[in-house]
Design a protein around this ligand. Structure first.
Ligand SMILES: [Zn+2]
Length: 245
């Protein structure tokens, strides 16, 4: 079995702890609550924009309906004015014709009231739509602001994590470089295969697989100097038995 220095094993323990922290940070980086918050506000802002565009085009249609109703009323009023002028002129002497004209005026009056009701209804709808649009636009402005804040919160969190990751990588490289080359290569190989390359032997328990070593297995290991390379019989990681000063 290969033997290394205590410093080698301590550096290896550092690397292994750094690697553990790095994988936690990698997970955190892809599961940031700020990212979830950003997605939520992004979806909300998008919905509000869509709704705002819908309402704006609805408003155009409703205003057109008001204009149409106004024109309809004006046309009936013009016709009524014309009929009234005929009546006022007193030029119609035929009683049947006169009755017809009066009857038409009554009908026009009725029609005018109906059209005015339609116009009022259309105006009410315009007003309601305007309020809705205003409300949605206010919400939309607030959501856009929230979106900007959520974006910068996410950027800040990522930036902080990246800085920590960067620092750890630098430390990791320095520690790995200081290691005996064989030990380094072995660690890297085990870590590539199993995600964890080294762990402390905590009493009789491996800190990687958390299984307890027993009997001869344990007593054999205990007999070996701490500078001797030992691997966990269960999970194959390098077992570190050197204690930090
Ligand atoms: Zn193990």
């Amino acid at each position: 079995m290969a033997e290394y220095s205590e410093d080698d094993f301590l550096s290896l323990l550092d690397v292994s702890e750094i690697d553990k922290r790095l994988s936690q940070l990698d997970f955190q980086r892809t599961h940031l609550p700020e990212a979830i918050a950003l997605n939520e506000v992004n979806a909300r802002a998008r919905d509000l924009h869509v709704r705002s565009v819908e309402l704006a085009s609805e408003l155009v249609e409703l205003r057109d309906a008001v204009t149409k109703a106004e024109i309809d009323v004006e046309q009936v009023e013009a016709r009524m004015a014309k009929d009234q002028a005929l009546l006022d002129a007193g030029s119609i002497s035929d009683s049947k014709q006169l009755l017809e004209l009066q009857h038409e005026l009554e009908n026009l009056e009725k029609r005018k009231r109906e059209l005015e009701d339609i116009e009022l209804e259309a105006l009410a709808l315009v007003e309601e739509c305007q309020h809705q649009l205003q409300d949605i636009q206010t919400q939309s402005v607030a959501a856009d602001e929230e979106l900007e804040n959520a974006k910068s919160a996410l950027e800040q969190s990522i930036h902080a994590l990246d800085q920590e990751i960067q620092t750890l990588h630098t430390k990791r490289t320095a520690n790995l470089d200081s290691l005996d080359e064989n030990l380094r290569n072995l660690y890297v190989k085990i870590k590539t295969d199993r995600a964890i390359g080294a762990a402390k032997l905590n009493g009789s328990k491996c800190d990687s697989c958390h299984l307890e070593l027993r009997g001869a297995e344990l007593s054999d290991i205990k007999k070996l100097p701490v500078t001797e390379l030992v691997r966990c019989p269960e999970c194959s990681v390098i077992l570190i038995r050197v204690e930090r000063a």
